[in-house]
Design a protein around this ligand. Structure first.
Ligand code: AKB
Length: 319
């Protein structure tokens, strides 16, 4: 078993709740310290060390990291795009200050070897090439979440160049998962639609039917994250954040796919403020650098994903 000791911040969230389980399998449960500002699910709390921890409290954070001799940090806590638009300054403060807390601690504490921090397709904006968006591109995000992610990427690269911090990141597209419902994002409709299809056989979608965005199933997102973190540092050419694509879909694609399994499923489109956010993001992503540098290779396409989502949510609803 490896000696790494891993801290996960945001272990109760959409990514954290699945990444914690995957990391515990890989490193051993006792080595992975799951934390969040709120209580996590039973499998996280009972499957290994869990503690309530606020990433904004830098004194408690550094104390925790030194006491447990943490060597890797996964900082997943964030206010997502939709919620951030409602409280822009608070969202900026939380998203930026928490990252800077982690980067500063990584600079000061010798035993921290690696940091993972997620960026997002939200770093792009309406002036970016929409289809097959390149790694290096025009970046003029129009959301507070996107502005913070772009600034965060710059800080990660700055800490890498100036202090040699090994911080790694990917620009996640919309993530689709059944375990924890997404919270406050623009791509959340693609999770909600499955829950509503099974519970109500009806969904009112807040994005227009033909607006495309890139999506990735959670198992591929977890796989990508672990792969990037395992790659020898000298193979990495990007120290801000890597583009990772997935599969480009519209709400209508999800609807038509679900309808194959639930013929009575109905949908209405009632776009809200998140439509403008979705319209400003890329349709699809060029991820050739991720494929070349660390072997990114997503597998789960829409048909397969729909089968898994419906099967797993049905199981959950019965419990
Ligand atoms: C959101 O919709 O805010 C997130 C993201 C794409 O970063 N899922």
């Amino acid at each position: 078993m490896r000696k790494d000791k891993i801290l996960i911040i945001g272990a109760a969230g959409q990514i954290g709740s699945e990444l914690t389980i995957a990391l515990r399998k890989q490193y051993g449960a006792a080595q992975v310290f799951a934390t969040d500002i709120k209580m996590a699910g039973d499998d996280i709390v009972q499957g290994g060390p869990f503690q309530i921890l606020d990433v904004m409290n830098d004194k408690m954070l550094i104390h925790f990291i030194i006491r447990h001799k943490i060597t890797q940090i996964y900082h997943l806590a964030a206010v997502l795009s939709g919620n951030a638009e409602k409280l822009p300054i608070q969202a900026w403060n939380i998203n930026m200050d928490s990252l800077l807390n982690i980067l500063e601690i990584a600079r000061m504490v010798d035993h921290i070897k690696k940091v993972f921090w997620p960026s997002s397709i939200a770093v792009f904006g309406p002036t970016t090439q929409k289809k097959n968006t390149p790694q290096l591109s025009v970046m003029e995000p129009t959301t507070v979440y996107g502005i913070a992610k772009l600034a965060g990427e710059r800080w990660c690269e700055y800490y890498h160049h100036k202090y040699g911090i090994d911080v790694r990141s990917v620009r996640y597209p919309g993530l689709i998962s059944y375990k924890t419902e997404a919270g406050g994002g623009t791509t959340d409709y693609a999770v909600e639609i499955y829950f509503e299809a099974l519970q109500e056989e009806y969904y009112e979608c807040f994005i227009k039917k033909d607006t495309a965005m890139p999506f990735l199933f959670m198992s591929d997102a977890i796989d990508a994250t672990l792969k990037l973190m395992e790659t020898p540092e000298h193979q990495l050419s990007i120290h801000s954040s890597y583009n990772i694509g997935g599969y480009s879909h519209t709400p209508e694609d999800f609807y038509n796919n679900i309808k194959k399994h639930i013929p009575s499923f109905r949908i209405d489109y009632n776009p809200d403020f998140r439509q403008a956010i979705a319209a400003s993001w890329p349709d699809s992503i060029d991820d050739q650098l991720s494929r070349r540098d660390w072997g990114y290779d997503p597998k789960c396409k829409l048909e397969e994903m729909t089968k898994i989502m419906l099967r797993q949510i049905k199981k959950q609803l019965k419990q």
